[in-house]
Design a protein around this ligand. Structure first.
Ligand code: SAH
Length: 367
């Protein structure tokens, strides 16, 4: 059989330990040290598997850089601030953010950049992109490793890559969904033999009477609790942009993407991107429980409009030729529009802050 190395590894593990929980499958496929999807490649851009907002237009990172400088001012302009980016990809967002932040020189001078990244391939790209800009940059494997002190955290399409547990409601309770082998030896979804006796208590009360066959996805609260703890203790704010649902619900969202289209999540483990939607209600609950405030979520379109993306687009268009101006309009539409391939409605923006920050730029209540 023609097997990729990740597939061989998963077969070995199933043979040794039995059916593999979806959570473990997703974690392995994305971040196995040798064969994981993110460990071996740069998945972004036209030649890659998907395009993200900062790769669509420089306007995205620029507005987020200005957002960060405004938050820093609201914090009382501390002499030192850690600007943390989660899963920085090619470093494009941070590059654009730092350039825009030059209009607030004291902010730019106060910044130390901390990048949370697991991919050696992408760390190399980020290093190339971000050295020589006059701002210190350090890399960390997790948010926990970023040294203490006030933080401004940014993360675009980071949370969707964190593994989810899938649970299926059967007659006798909730069972974890697993990957197993069908009689022909192909990977297939199944359910663990035994119910998890107390899983129901993790569900929002309104979902506890789910019907037989219902599926619930739960992303470990570990990251959210650390983010909340960090902001509540050290001060600052976080801005997270991702696709997902504003209320916890039932249903499967695990998906595979390759070559800018949907793929079978079980067909080529380690060579396709796996993501699952973000449950913004569960995220907010965990972060708030640690003592931080939440703001939003808003749709990405609404948020970027509030930050004045149209003004930025007009400024950029003023100094370029007609074709480049059309490209800027197309990017503006892609980032803020509501069409099927646009990001404006699909993506949500949520922010968290220290209790002392009653509101954040872009999230002010309507006058
Ligand atoms: N934010 C970038 C890239 C998004 S892709 C952009 O918008 O273009 C997801 C990013 O998160 C990649 O950089 C990937 O290597 C990183 N990543 C995925 N899982 C991670 C994990 N568990 N810890 C840290 N980084 C992770």
């Amino acid at each position: 059989m023609n097997q990729n190395p990740m597939e061989a590894e998963i077969r070995r593990r199933i043979a040794a330990a039995g059916p593999m929980p979806v959570r473990e499958y997703m974690a392995l496929c994305l971040s196995h040290p040798e064969h994981g999807y993110y460990m071996t490649r740069d998945p972004l851009g036209r030649a890659g598997d998907f395009i993200t907002a900062p790769e669509v237009s420089q306007m995205f990172g620029e507005l987020l850089g200005l957002w960060a400088s405004a938050v820093w001012q609201a914090m009382g302009s501390p002499a030192r601030i850690r600007l943390v980016e989660l899963g920085p990809g090619r470093g494009t967002l941070m590059h654009d953010a730092l350039r825009a932040a030059l209009v607030v020189p004291d902010f730019h001078a106060a910044v130390a950049v901390h990048l949370v990244e697991i991919s050696p391939a992408l760390i190399a790209r980020q290093r190339q992109k971000l050295t020589g800009l006059g701002v210190p940059v350090t890399w960390h494997a997790t948010l926990d490793d970023v040294p203490e002190g006030p933080v401004i955290v940014i993360g675009n399409e980071f949370l969707d890559a964190l593994p989810v547990i899938q649970m299926v409601r059967l007659e006798d309770g909730w069972h974890e969904r697993v990957i197993e082998l069908d009689p022909a030896g192909h990977f297939t979804f199944g359910t663990a033999a035994d119910a998890v006796p107390r899983f129901e208590q993790l569900l929002p009360v309104r979902l506890r009477n789910a019907s037989i066959g219902a599926l619930y996805e739960w992303r470990s609260d570990r990251f959210a609790l650390e983010l909340g703890r960090r902001i509540a203790r050290d001060g600052g704010a976080a801005l997270l942009i991702d696709y997902g649902h504003t209320r916890s619900g039932l249903g499967e969202t695990l998906q595979a993407v390759a070559g800018h289209g949907y793929a079978d999540p079980l067909a080529a483990p380690g060579s396709v991107d796996l993501t699952a939607h973000v449950d913004f209600e569960a995220l907010t609950h965990a972060v708030e429980c640690m003592g931080a405030r939440s703001h939003g979520p808003l749709t990405q379109g609404e948020f970027l409009n509030r930050l004045g993306i149209d003004v930025r687009a007009a400024t950029l268009k003023a100094s370029v030729d007609a074709q480049a101006a059309r490209d800027i309009d197309a990017a503006l539409m892609r980032l803020t529009g509501a069409g099927r391939t646009d990001m404006g409605e699909l993506f949500k923006v949520i922010a968290f802050s220290h209790r002392s920050l009653a509101t954040l730029p872009g999230f002010e209540p309507p006058a």
